[in-house]
Design a protein around this ligand. Structure first.
Ligand code: NAP
Length: 286
């Protein structure tokens, strides 16, 4: 058996077409979907991420407001900018690109973002709403993983789903979403005693760790669906996931590649959230 490779670029392109249509509908009501992007400092990787997000936003008709601040920016002036954007009725979403420079703790900044404009879904208010099954915005990467699982035709109800990683931006919301889809969820982390045994039992594996090829192909249960969130650079500069892709191919029913799997979905789901915020401002959805 050779796994179906889940093409995140194609699934993202489909979602972005829908986002574009909804953005136009909001525009027809006089609302221009607008994302404010804050980038502090000169981390080259962050600059690339921001450029990609802004380029994709432009492609679907979402306006962006670019706020580039020097690394010497103080926490106080960053907070003042966030508050200003919170109060700006023309802004639907606020994205604070992480990581912030050392010296600016990220948590108070993320808390300062109005939860109604928190299109990343990182605010505790939004995480809490997800927990009670009434989400306002779902964190983009887990939302993208759920879409990929749907695209793979995964039956989640009753399935044994393993989420490896418990960060608040990926692992935890991912486990919640799977639980709400009636999967039986196990959440693994660095203190999990026997990761191999957990993987061997799982019908669905979502790996969000950040360790190159930690999950060996021979651990994968035949017929399992594998979503690889990890992005890791090897010593040779190759981008690889948390799962041994070549090894898993002959066992899994479906698997996401790295790159080209979860990554494109994350950006598409961010823009989906911006469209949703604009639709709310336009009175098109609750
Ligand atoms: P993170 O905050 O560093 O969390 C990593 C998690 O992995 C932690 O919960 C940690 O456990 C767990 N872990 C570490 N070593 C482990 C081991 N040996 N066995 C099992 N679990 C282990 O990372 P993150 O922000 O969630 O991101 C995870 C990965 O996804 C990274 O590679 C990141 O680059 C990637 N990512 C990709 C996208 C995308 O769009 N493609 C988006 C976001 C993140 P403890 O909690 O016990 O420390």
């Amino acid at each position: 058996m050779s796994a179906t490779i889940l093409d995140g670029k194609a699934v993202a392109a489909q979602l972005l077409r829908d986002v574009g249509t909804r953005v136009q509908a909001a525009k027809a009501r006089g609302v221009e979907a607008t994302l404010a992007v804050i980038l502090v400092g000169d981390d080259p990787a962050s600059a690339v991420y921001v450029r990609n997000k802004e380029r994709r936003a432009a492609e679907v008709g979402i306006a962006t407001r670019d706020h580039r601040l020097p690394a010497s920016t103080t926490a106080a002036s960053l907070h003042a900018l966030v508050r200003e954007l919170d109060d700006d009725r023309g802004v639907d979403g606020i994205l604070v690109q992480l990581p912030l420079p050392a010296g600016i703790p990220s948590e108070p900044v993320l808390l300062a973002v109005d939860p109604a404009k928190d299109v990343d879904g990182f605010h505790p208010d939004n995480l809490g709403r997800l927990m009670i099954g009434k989400p306002r915005f779902v964190a983009c990467t887990p939302a993208g993983c759920m879409r990929l699982l749907a695209h793979a035709g995964a039956t989640l109800a009753g399935a044994r789903a393993l989420v490896i990683g418990r960060s608040t931006i990926v692992g935890r919301p991912m486990a919640q979403l799977l639980l709400q889809a009636d999967a039986t969820v196990v959440q693994a982390h660095s203190r999990t005693r026997d990761l191999r045994a957990e993987v061997e039992r799982a019908d669905i594996v979502v790996a969000a760790v950040g360790r190159a090829e930690l999950v060996r192909g021979e651990w994968i249960k035949p017929g399992a669906i594998v979503i690889d969130v990890g992005t890791n650079r090897t010593a040779e500069g190759r981008l690889v996931g948390d799962v041994d892709f070549a090894g898993a191919l002959s066992r899994a029913a479906a698997i996401t590649p790295v790159p080209g799997g979860v990554g494109p979905m994350t950006i598409a789901c961010l823009l989906d959230n911006v469209a949703l915020a604009a639709e709310r401002r336009a009175g098109l959805v609750a």
